[in-house]
Write a protein that binds this ligand. Structure first.
Ligand code: ACO
Length: 369
């Protein structure tokens, strides 16, 4: 308890289960293993909608009509065609950062009027346009990081695949990556979304909110997990015995990347759809991932009984991205391209409430002299 105040309450470690805001953007039902975007099942959207359609659903609150779609596409194309973006990307590339740093630096250096303005200084329409422009920077910055033209031609997903692989994507790759990116757009009050909302509550700019959220996403317990899941797959591939390798990992105190979830108490529905898509493609790597998942399920059930630790979105997202030809270095940035949409929608929602998010801490250090 904060000894100088009498009006504080203590909450569980990690704020687990604490409701800190109202939202109409997405809801995760951890016990049922489902989640939805503004009332529509997210897995159904991932199967049938384009990236751009779900982007508009999250930001504008409804799936677009045909005319809205064209206007939206023009907005994205305008961001990508910006001469300033290319100048900034050239400067960023000159110091050769990793993909995530390139995205963060591009946001920070762009200095676009609305994206950089304090949220509370913008009228709602300009805030909404800033949200779209800021999220549209991510795929463009990744394309420029890969030294490819970021022009908007065939849609975010096909353009991204072309930019990062240098090849024409096939039908499965476009469908599988679309499904992943739609599933990755938003997911309740995860750590990076909460970060974006805390920054938004101070009235800082759209860019500041998204850059901060990107920092939170990068951690291995959050969006930094996909490439590490593949490192684990490489290791089990070389190991003499899969279950012994998993036991050794757990005995050494390490976590299995791509397993466990803060909210799901049953299977992660994102993992299930992505597994299905990976199995549709098939191949040795997919067989290995399925065998690893089954072995990990058995061992985790034994070592951590009663915990419901199953594959989360990251395991099969990594497999799907690998099958799409996306290099490990770009996996978290690819995740960020989708989640930036969710962050920007949450920033808009938070900006409508002028209350700053400012919790308290319990002081446990030495007594004041
Ligand atoms: N491997 C082994 N043990 C695990 C794992 C795991 N992947 N996840 C949780 N546990 C264990 C913990 O060691 C702990 O055991 P203990 O009580 O015996 O010490 C117990 O389960 C609870 O752990 P918490 O950290 O309290 O679980 P929480 O639900 O808060 O964590 C998280 C969720 C961070 C995702 C965790 O499961 C994890 O670290 N997973 C691996 C990283 C990962 O895959 N991250 C991607 C998540 S999805 C996303 O962010 C998009």
């Amino acid at each position: 308890m904060d000894r100088n105040r009498t009006d504080t309450i203590s909450v569980p470690r990690g704020l687990a289960g604490v409701v800190v805001a109202d939202t109409s953007i997405s809801e995760v039902r951890g016990d049922a293993g489902t989640f939805h975007y503004r009332g529509t099942d997210a897995v159904a959207l991932a199967r049938s909608s384009s990236f751009e359609q779900v982007w508009q659903l999250l930001v504008d609150g409804r799936l677009p009509d045909v005319g809205d779609g064209e206007e939206f596409a023009q907005q994205i194309a305008g961001v990508r065609a910006s001469a300033r973006l290319r100048t900034v990307a050239d400067a960023v590339r000159a110091v050769s950062p990793g993909a995530l740093a390139a995205v963060a630096a591009t946001w920070s250096l762009l200095s676009d009027g609305a994206q950089d303005a304090a949220l509370y200084d913008l009228a709602p329409q300009r805030r909404r346009d800033a949200a779209i422009a800021a999220a549209a920077v991510v795929p463009a910055a990744i394309a420029l990081h890969c030294r490819r033209n970021p022009a908007y031609r065939r849609g975010v997903v096909a353009d991204h695949l072309q930019a990062v692989t240098g090849r024409e994507p096939d039908e499965w790759q476009q469908r599988a990556l679309t499904a992943y990116l739609v599933l990755a757009m938003d997911h309740g009050f995860n750590a990076s979304t909460f970060t974006a909302r805390v920054i938004a509550s101070t009235g800082a700019s759209m860019t500041a909110c998204l850059t901060g959220a990107l920092g939170a996403l990068a951690g291995p317990r959050h969006g930094g997990a996909p490439s590490r899941s593949l490192d684990a797959l490489d290791s089990v591939d070389e190991a003499a015995d899969m279950e012994s390798w998993i036991h050794a990992e757990l005995a050494s105190g390490r976590r299995l990347m791509g397993f466990g979830h803060a909210v799901y108490r049953t299977r992660d529905p994102r993992a299930q759809l992505l597994k299905q898509l990976a199995c549709e493609r098939g191949g040795r790597r997919v067989d290995l991932a399925v065998a690893y998942e089954q072995a990990a399920d058995r061992v985790l059930g034994e070592v951590k009984p009663g915990r419901a630790l199953h594959a989360n979105v990251e395991l099969y997202a990594a497999v799907v991205m690998e099958l799409c030809g996306i290099p490990r270095e770009l996996m978290t940035a690819t995740f960020a391209m989708a989640r930036a949409v969710g962050w920007s929608a949450h920033v808009l929602e938070q900006a409508a409430d002028p209350k700053i998010i400012r919790p308290a801490s319990r002081y446990v250090g030495p007594e004041a002299a």
